[in-house]
Design a binder for this molecule. Structure first.
Ligand SMILES: Cc1cc2nc3c(=O)[nH]c(=O)nc-3n(C[C@H](O)[C@H](O)[C@H](O)COP(=O)(O)OP(=O)(O)OC[C@H]3O[C@@H](n4cnc5c(N)ncnc54)[C@H](O)[C@@H]3O)c2cc1C
Length: 584
């Protein structure tokens, strides 16, 4: 499970956003012109969509591209303050080119947001005429990336610079679209690619954090094993053996494994969808795109929470930058917002689930991801009939099949509840958008329930494919822990009885004990080299105190003695007292 996630700085946007957009939205001629310099890094590109005034509402962008038939050029402007491009990574300093998203206007008529490839800096790396460009300044993290702004004033680019795989403007100024707006395969493919990489990174980042926290928790001892002992030399407990610490660290371990397996699902499904008939594949792509959106929102948020909790699990030392966890937490947090704010992403999946529910009620077959809706069109359908039987012992909850049936049931009832609310409002004549907004909070709960069912199911399927039996056994325990932890933390009170919930907690305590001997092996299996972890707390050799002591010697303030500014301070000190040494 090798996973190294290094901050790729400016080039991450070039390869992560600019290149995929060119690949998926250019026509053949454009590809033959642009692909080689892009792949070869002969030009450096960024993805300029967000503006000062608009991020989530892409349709509301204010950058304008008007076509000038006489010169066969587009004229691009950011006419107002809110229309300035704001946030694109790589734009601030490094980019020579940008994919700029702008409202296309032909003879005064709007043709929606289109993408344009534009050179922004010349051979001396100076902005081209009509362009003002710069960096946004210090951010919370992601410091290696020059996040920028861009102002355009009558910037002219040739007609051929509009990305034209699915639409184009003819020399006569006519707009030709080859697909219905927003419904093209490439539109979904670009989004899915970016989201799959966010989910993959979520698993990788969390694995890094939990590797450090787990190793530190196994090395660090705090508190006497026998609290009645009177000698300070009495043996102390490893902090991983405190129940709450064990729960917190192992929970993040289980989540990291679950994310890794699910990101594989998304990439595999995308790969399977390459080629094929556009119309047939579209519904499937919509589902993959919506699932990717929901997972991007949920996984990035949970990963940041997880990294932060791993950091706190290391006490005061977790606050040091040399912990590796403090910078990781700060460096990760932007991923919750970039490429789609997490709530917007979650709500996108909520919309998809509600429309799937409405289709399912009419008898339209549902996909594997929404199989819990399969029987909903049957006469006398009653969701309670699908409630798993009450447990007889906590051991019932150690069975992955039982856990999965509970997750399936919860996904069903949570969605049924919000769908009832939503359709009720629609039948009262409330407009669709208003009704959705009034159900949005419940919608986020349905998405969480759906995603957790999805994550557990994919985890289980991936484990079945593991050939090594002992590894399969341990991974089964990790998946069980994943299921149990989320039952405890995700407010299952309305779903499980009090007695069931109590058995879930017992099962959870049991599985934590079972997994304890494999604590280190499970993080070593992530196979993250020390140089990637960048930590003094969680290196593979376990020499925490030695590494911490070495690191303080390299701290900037320790490089000069006494310190810069001491001359000023010395005037106020009583040097006679100081000359007495310790005889005061
Ligand atoms: C580090 C970083 C890198 C980025 N890189 C790029 C890049 O390379 N290129 C690029 O073009 N952009 C980039 N972005 C911009 C990013 O895509 C946007 O910040 C993001 O889409 C959110 O938009 P916003 O900032 O306008 O927030 P807003 O849309 O203003 O959201 C603010 C709040 O309102 C809520 N909200 C907004 N609309 C709704 C709604 N319809 N329903 C419910 N709640 C809503 C949101 O949940 C959020 O809490 C980057 C951002 C960051 C932080």
């Amino acid at each position: 499970m090798s996973s190294s996630t290094m901050n790729a700085g400016s080039m991450s946007n070039h390869f992560g956003l600019f290149l995929p957009t060119i690949l998926s939205q250019s026509n053949d001629e454009q590809l033959s012109n642009w692909l080689e310099p892009t792949f070869g890094g002969k030009i450096i590109g960024c993805y300029a969509q967000t503006e000062l005034g608009h991020g989530s509402n892409v349709r509301g962008l204010l950058t304008i591209a008007e076509f000038d038939k006489t010169t066969q050029e587009f004229v691009l402007n950011t006419p107002t303050l809110p229309s300035i491009k704001w946030w694109p990574g790589t734009l601030g300093k490094a980019a020579t080119h940008a994919i700029v998203y702008a409202q296309l206007i032909l003879d005064g008529k709007e043709h929606g947001v289109q993408a344009f490839l534009m050179q922004i800096r010349d051979e001396n790396h100076r902005p081209l005429p009509g362009i003002e460009v710069g960096d946004l300044g210090p951010k919370m993290g992601d410091h290696a990336n020059d996040t920028g702004f861009l102002r355009l004033e009558n910037v002219r680019i040739p007609r051929e610079m509009m990305l034209a795989k699915n639409q184009e403007v003819t020399p006569e100024g006519k707009f030709i679209s080859r697909t219905s707006s927003g419904n093209s395969k490439s539109h979904y493919s670009t989004m899915m690619l970016a989201r799959a990489s966010f989910i993959m990174m979520a698993g990788a980042y969390l694995a890094r954090a939990v590797t450090i926290a787990m190793r530190y928790s196994c090395v660090r001892r705090q508190g006497f094993e026998d609290t009645a002992s009177t000698s300070f030399r009495a043996p102390e407990k490893q902090i991983i053996d405190y129940q709450v610490q064990r729960y917190r660290v192992f929970k993040q371990l289980a989540i990291a494994y679950a994310f890794k397996f699910s990101s594989q699902w998304l990439s595999n499904r995308q790969a399977a969808k390459k080629g094929g008939d556009e119309k047939d594949a579209l519904q499937d792509l919509k589902e993959i795109a919506a699932t990717g959106a929901g997972l991007k929102g949920l996984c990035t948020y949970m990963t940041w929470e997880g990294i932060e909790d791993c950091r706190k699990c290391c006490g005061g030392n977790g606050y040091l930058m040399v912990s590796g966890l403090a910078p990781l937490s700060q460096d990760y947090v932007w991923q919750i917002t970039a490429e789609g704010d997490y709530i917007l992403m979650i709500l996108q999946l909520a919309k998809f689930l509600l429309s799937t529910y409405q289709d399912a009620v009419k008898g339209v077959p549902v996909s594997e991801q929404c199989d819990y809706l399969a029987d909903i069109a049957k006469p006398n359908f009653n969701s309670e009939a699908l409630r798993p039987p009450a447990a007889k012992s906590f051991r019932d909850f150690l069975d992955l099949g039982v856990l999965l049936s509970w997750y399936k049931y919860r996904a069903l009832v949570t969605l049924v509840d919000v769908a009832a609310q939503y359709t009720g409002k629609l039948s009262e004549g409330v407009p669709k958008d208003v009704a959705f907004n009034e159900c949005a909070l419940a919608g986020t709960h349905a998405v969480r329930a759906h995603c957790f069912y999805f994550l557990l199911r994919n985890f289980i399927q991936a484990i079945k494919a593991v050939a090594d039996k002992p590894v399969q056994v341990v991974l089964t325990q990790v998946a069980t822990l994943f299921g149990l932890c989320l039952m405890i933390d995700e407010n299952w009170g309305g779903c499980l009885s009090r007695a069931d919930l109590s058995m879930v907690k017992q099962a959870n305590a049991h599985i934590l004990d079972v997994l304890r001997p494999n604590a280190i092996a499970l993080v070593d299996a992530f196979d993250i080299p020390d140089r990637v972890l960048g930590t003094a707390l969680g290196n593979a050799d376990g020499n925490v105190y030695e590494a911490l002591y070495e690191s303080v010697k390299k701290a900037p303030l320790n490089q000069v003695d006494p310190y810069v500014g001491y001359d000023q301070m010395q005037k106020y000190l009583d040097l006679d007292i100081l000359k007495k040494r310790s005889k005061l």
